[in-house]
Design a protein around this ligand. Structure first.
Ligand code: PLP
Length: 344
């Protein structure tokens, strides 16, 4: 819900995990505004250096315009989501720290929640489906979280995680509907726009939409003429469909691109994207793979699929903007994924 550029947040919003519920009156005004982002940036800067954003002449020539590449693949967890985790850790109440965190995820959100718990000196329980590869369980366990394997898919894991939250009083960490996470993710765009206030278009990969929502908040304040364009895989268009229809909808999620495989829209980021996002484009998984190859050759960068989606959208345009930016949001690609890129 948006009034001016203040977003009002209630924890009674429907979420992708719970499905639609009846909206209740607004509870707490949140700080989803630039001040909130600036406070999050102070927290994040205490733990993580700013990531580089620069251009590569070979890529610029291929695209036909200058492309600023924002490198979140160099984060300690391999993706920007650690920013949300760091900010979340700082926003926990003493009682939440006593009780611990719980979430369900196989990917970068799981690592970010584990990182947050370690930083806050509390426990994290991460529920993963039986299909999650051992390497993903190991990455989360290495950060000190307890991995619970439950259910055939992420929906079943999330339901179990909610039960654990209820039973053990753990703090549920939603991958999309948490203001501390949106503000933490927004710090990546604050770094970008501070160094490059002249951007015409910023392409942001979207799963739940937290990062793109953060981009809109910062753009409004620092670079109002820049267009923010969201990018999703056509094989998992729930956020796209939600944005286009102005309501939270579910959709197929058959994409190979794990970081973008959300199956329903998330209320909090969508409430910002509704007015903030300038366009939302879909690209195919094959276009994303092709973009990942371009990043490897032109930008010496190994991205996971989600991290290559922004470039896929830029390459799909008939004409390139004079100055645009892409977010290489993560680099957690498995050896199999890298091998298939090399073969392609
Ligand atoms: C989570 C994720 C995304 C999508 O971000 P949202 O904030 O969920 O929209 C994109 N890329 C990577 C690498 C991710 O881990």
């Amino acid at each position: 819900m948006i009034r001016g550029n203040q977003v009002y947040w209630t924890d009674r919003y429907p979420t992708a995990e719970t499905g639609p519920v009846t909206p209740t009156p607004l509870l707490t005004p949140s700080t989803l505004d630039l001040d909130g982002v600036l406070r999050a940036a102070e927290v994040v800067a205490r733990h993580l250096p700013a990531t580089p954003s620069w251009s590569y002449p070979v890529l610029d020539r291929r695209v036909g315009g200058r492309v600023v590449v924002k490198h979140e693949n160099v984060q300690p967890t391999g993706a920007f989501k650690v920013r949300g985790g760091v900010n979340l850790a700082a926003s926990l109440t003493p009682s939440e720290v006593r009780r611990g965190l719980v979430t369900a995820s196989t990917g970068n959100h799981a690592q970010s929640t584990a990182y947050a718990a370690r930083l806050a000196g509390t426990r994290a329980v991460v529920v993963m489906p039986t299909s999650a590869p051992a390497v993903k369980r190991d990455a989360v366990a290495a950060l000190g979280a307890e991995v619970v394997v439950h259910g055939p898919d992420l929906g079943a894991s999330a339901a179990h995680a909610r039960e654990l939250a209820e039973r053990d009083g753990l703090r549920w960490v939603s991958p999309g509907d948490d203001p501390a996470i949106v503000l933490g993710h927004a710090t990546l765009h604050l770094e970008l726009f501070r160094v490059h206030p002249d951007l015409e278009v910023l392409f942001v990969p979207i799963g739940s939409g937290t990062s793109a929502a953060g981009a809109c908040l910062v753009r409004d304040a620092l670079a109002p003429d820049c267009r923010v364009v969201g990018v999703q895989s056509a094989a998992a268009p729930a956020a796209h469909d939600s944005w286009r229809s102005g309501s939270l909808v579910s959709a197929d999620c058959r994409t190979r691109v794990a970081g973008l495989a959300t199956c329903a829209g998330y209320a909090l980021p969508q409430s910002v994207l509704a007015a903030g996002l300038d366009d939302f484009v879909l690209v195919t998984d094959d276009q994303i793979d092709a973009a990942a190859r371009v990043l490897a050759t032109d930008a010496h960068t190994l991205a996971e699929g989600a991290g290559a989606a922004s470039l896929a959208a830029l390459l799909a345009r008939p004409a390139a903007p004079a100055v645009s930016a892409i977010v290489v949001s993560g680099g957690n690609a498995s050896l199999e994924e890298l091998a298939s890129l090399a073969r392609g």
